[in-house]
Design a protein around this ligand. Sequence first.
Ligand SMILES: [Zn+2]
Length: 143
Amino acid sequence: MWDKLESEARAVLHPRKVSDLVEAGGVAAAILTDRGNIYTGICIDIACSLGMCAERNAAANMLTHGESVISKVVCIDRDGKYLPPCGACREFLMALDRRNAETEFLFNHGQVVKLKELLPDWWGWKYCPERYPTGGEMQTPAV
Ligand SMILES: [Zn+2]
């Protein structure tokens, strides 16, 4: 499945200048959901530092189609190297659904890392009553 996700990401990886102020497509991501669907996205960079990462763009595409649980993510740059998600993407994907703690990312050298490993002591666990019925302490639960 990793090969399929990489292929889907490569299919939308097209670095280009959209306007004098916007570049896009230098990074691409593909998301596999728990329902087996794949959604892709590209990075969008605006001169004023607004923009969107490829992972969040793919996640927005997924949300548009009514899904929020992610099994696997591949993100590649223009050199074909795998990229780990930035802090904002980690938070965004985790906040979408707590089951995304188990989301796997493929890194270089075939390393597979789960989102929960990228977000130790995640602040949002405090708001998960099934894990912390009394409001809980900030700690990493056994997922
Ligand atoms: Zn990001």
